[in-house]
Design a protein around this ligand. Structure first.
Ligand code: ATP
Ligand code: MN
Length: 465
């Protein structure tokens, strides 16, 4: 008999038919006449209630049915008399796939802390909360592909292993097959990579942007969506060493096009969650964050503030003059700290802010220089609770101006001739951004620690599972 997924079992036409359900036991309760089992198969946050009439089953048969056990039940789907569910399965046969010893199975029914569950990352997808989060994660990935596909962007695969270090010097993970106990060095003490796998020093990518620019200057509009790696030793609730990044890159786009894209894209994704993840969002709204759904709807219906950095700093300086205390100083030229960004978003404007035109010295070499010679056309999208969710920019398309920045900033461009070729042959204005997928998920789920929106987080001192 074909298995019915629990997500499909609530269809009215199934009432009165025989169904086969399979899943993991969430709980069992009852008395010597009747036993109720809440069964979940991961297809939905909802459980199906299985009713065991103890005239047909004996206590011995039901003994293995403890929290976490996996079972298969065939029975009649009927309307439920009880509270809390519309339908239930009157069990006719029971097969136990696997037991879960109550003395050792870690996920007993009581509420666990997220810290505890992180140490049980191999089992936490079986909890309601993480089931909801990972279903939402899937849906948001679909939303991303759907948005770009609908808008004529091509999904372009950029490499994970890279030999260019111009962006992430110092925070890259090295890739090598060399024997680390026997490293050959030259007379200056530098490691010789000639005999390494790639014949040169290689690392895991920190961003697909540079290769994305190659693609955009050929296919027009592209996006990447893949894992990126940063060995930054920042133990914060918003940084991972391995995270997924969405990076569109668009030929012929200017700053306004870029900001429009950023805003439209985020709203599309959030709206997608509201339309496709209702049950899971409601669960998270009830259990984790009472303001969640309201906040999502608000963002979808709000026009984002577009704020030049210089004006932002002015607002912050005025706040300080009026008595607002920040940990870090604010002045023109400073790299705004998270507390500054959150003040602007959460207290001053009370909406998402796209900050633009940053001082050139605090931004990457490839950002397009403004006519003032001091600021560049970079954008950060700042969100309530999260801070920076997107970093983007118009790229400097002029070869000479780009080279000037590279020299001023001392960027190691060895092995980067291919990137410079985009500016040598048929260069065009273009722009793009990077959105941290897990930062978006933090916002959509209402979770507060980035370790809880990726199945197996990688952070300093943590690569278990
Ligand atoms: P932050 O200032 O928050 O460290 P960043 O300026 O280093 O971020 P970018 O290089 O602009 O980030 O990367 C683009 C986007 O990738 C960011 O807006 C953010 O959403 C995400 N991101 C960056 N670093 C991380 C990280 N370590 N873990 C998760 N997401 C990240
Ligand atoms: Mn950034």
């Amino acid at each position: 008999m074909k298995r019915t997924k629990i997500v499909d079992i609530f269809a009215p036409e199934l009432v009165g038919t025989q169904v086969s359900v399979k899943g993991w036991v969430r709980s069992r309760r009852g008395n010597k006449f009747v036993q109720f089992v809440a069964l979940n198969d991961g297809s939905t946050i909802k459980n199906i209630q299985i009713v065991f009439d103890m005239e047909k089953f004996n206590e011995e048969q039901l003994k293995p049915i403890t929290t976490g056990a996996s079972i298969h039940v065939v029975g009649q789907l009927v309307e439920s008399m009880g509270k809390g569910q519309t339908v239930e399965v009157q069990a006719e046969s029971l097969e136990v796939y696997g037991t879960a010893d109550p003395d050792t199975y870690p996920l007993q029914k009581k509420g666990h802390t997220f810290e505890f569950l992180r140490e049980k990352a191999h089992l936490r997808p079986r909890t309601n909360t993480f089931g909801a989060i990972f279903r939402i994660r899937h849906n948001m990935a679909i939303a991303i592909h759907q948005f770009f596909h609908e808008h004529g962007y091509f999904y372009f695969h950029t490499p994970i292993i890279t030999a260019s270090d111009c962006e992430g010097a110092g925070q890259m993970f090295q890739v090598t097959t060399k024997n680390l106990y026997d490293l050959k060095k030259d007379e200056n003490g530098s490691i010789i990579y000639d005999d390494d796998f790639f014949g040169k020093q290689a690392s895991l990518t920190v961003s697909g942007q540079l290769e994305g620019e190659l693609a955009a200057t050929a296919l027009g509009s592209i996006y990447t969506f893949g894992p990126t790696f940063r060995a930054e030793n920042s133990n914060t609730p918003r940084h991972l060493a391995e995270f997924w990044m969405v990076e569109p890159e668009v030929a012929f786009a200017d700053l306004n096009d870029l900001m429009d894209l950023e805003e439209e894209f985020i709203k599309y994704c959030i709206n997608w969650a509201l339309e496709n993840c209702n049950d899971d969002l409601e669960f998270l709204n009830n259990m984790i964050d009472k303001g969640l759904i309201e906040r999502l709807k608000e963002v979808v219906n709000t026009e984002f503030v577009r704020l030049p950095y210089t004006e932002g700093v002015k607002i912050l300086e005025e706040a300080v003059a009026a008595g607002k205390k920040f940990e870090f100083p604010v002045y023109w030229g400073c790299d705004l700290a998270s507390e500054h960004e959150r003040y602007l978003v959460e207290e001053h404007f009370k909406k998402p802010v796209i900050m633009t035109d940053y001082p050139k010295d605090i931004k990457a070499f490839y950002m397009k220089l403004n006519e003032d010679g001091k600021t560049v056309q970079g954008t950060d999208v700042l969100f309530p609770q999260i801070g920076e969710i997107i970093g983007g920019s118009v790229r400097e398309e002029n070869y000479d101006k780009l080279m000037t920045r590279i020299e001023e900033m001392n960027i190691p461009m060895k092995d980067m001739w291919w990137y410079l070729d985009t500016r040598r042959f048929g260069t065009v204005p273009h722009a793009g951004f990077g959105l941290g997928f897990e930062r978006l998920l933090l916002f959509v789920t209402g979770m507060t620690n980035i370790r809880d929106v990726i199945p197996f987080p990688r952070t300093p001192n943590n690569a278990e599972f």
